[in-house]
Design a protein around this ligand. Sequence first.
Ligand code: ADQ
Length: 480
Amino acid sequence: ATSSKNEAEAKRILIVSNRLPVKITRKGDDMQFQSSEGGLATGLGTIYQSGNNLWIGWPGAVLHQEEEASVTEKLEKLNLRPVFLTDEEITYYYEGFSNETLWPLFHYFPTYATYQPKDYDFYESVNKKFADAILAIAQKDDIIWIHDYQLLLVPNLIRQALPEVTIGYFNHIPFPSFELFRLIPWRKELLEGMLGADVIGFHTYDDVRHFISTVIRIKGALSYANELTYNDRIIAVDAFPISIDYKKYQSQAVDIATRCLERELLPVIPQGKHLLSIDRLDYSKGITQRLQAFEVFLERYPEWHGKMTLMQLVVPSRDTVPQYKELKEEINRRVSDINGKYGTLTWQPIQHFYRSFPLPLLSAMYKIADVALVSPMRDGMNLVCKEYVASRTDGDGVLILSEMAGASRELSDAILINPNDIWAFAQAIHEALSMPEEEQRRRMSAMQATVSRFDIHNWVANFMAKLSQMKKRQDDMRTR
Ligand code: ADQ
């Protein structure tokens, strides 16, 4: 076992995702490198930096051709390899097919999905561009780990060129039921692309189930338990619930910078209890539904007026896509309606922020919040709730969590809600604010035990173990 472990450790891992974990921004003639937000960047940050591992992806800015060489050189020092995209590619591949076809459909918003052949053409050509970038460096002994819905065609493109290489694919968003997936005109091509992988990972067993039944119906593949047989290859399909770097959030919570912020903030922020929500701007996150529930809560529980504040952090995202622009305006309208209707000279029910917060401030907010509200309409996993749990180093605090988040499977000690049931949601807010400390501690310690045990390192190790297990079986089959 030890020798196979060493062997696996010696293998180079190539991580591939749409975005690199850094973002390039321009300041005059100067290029600046900034680490980017988002679940994936947070999750894999600690892995690619070790050994000979590399991360391949788009650096987040459209560059002039003459700038590419110097940027490539700088990124190489950070174990990063850029794939440069043009404005046109970003428009059709990323904003178009990825975010206006796949994202809404996979999050159960089929009416938001558009099906434009031009978007798909670009999706295909950019996926080829990624595959070429990988193939320029990949060797047959590498482990290639491809991430997320922007790159569904890449696994098979690599498989065609390097039949024996190890390929993992992980889907960070939900995988929808067959009845939704079948709506896509290019459903066969997308599945074919994914099936190039040896291991296909999702956050939950429901996603696994949906994927397997989709493959059986559209591709006629055979399945046994969680394995598919397709084109004489076996492919494992399994659930790997992603998590956070628990220790990082835990130590950030007791770090001097966080403590100082807390001490400075507490006397000057609104008094009473604090509710906290943190999301990227996205219709899947249920921000407007949450505001509706909060308004019902204010109506039904006037005893809380002046005694609590909702701190709502929204991080800007995709605001060039029309739906996101509208959503932003709707959120502004609702916040101002609620504050206008219920606020007094000395109290505002909601404090709303539309920007990114640095980690120490985020951590201080997690610590200050008596209640965290995580209420997506649909979410692959959701890391905010896990970050909240890890940051509660004093052991109290209440989590209200949507059943529609992948995280609800693990965090059953949260107050679970259906975000469409705004009456029950409003009641849950009241319950959370009134929960006795003893019960808070009991639930929080159970959630902390889960999140600390199944952290991001555990996630990576599990996925990698599955990959090498599958690889071995493939090799055995080939030599038989
Ligand atoms: P996301 O949709 O980006 O990820 P999530 O998992 O909640 O959603 O991660 C968001 C990250 O952004 C968190 O680490 C959070 O701290 C950070 N963040 C949010 N608001 C912020 C703010 N105002 N300032 C600073 N940071 C902020 C996708 C899927 C998820 C899945 C992840 C990982 O949609 O379901 O959990 O990938 O697989």
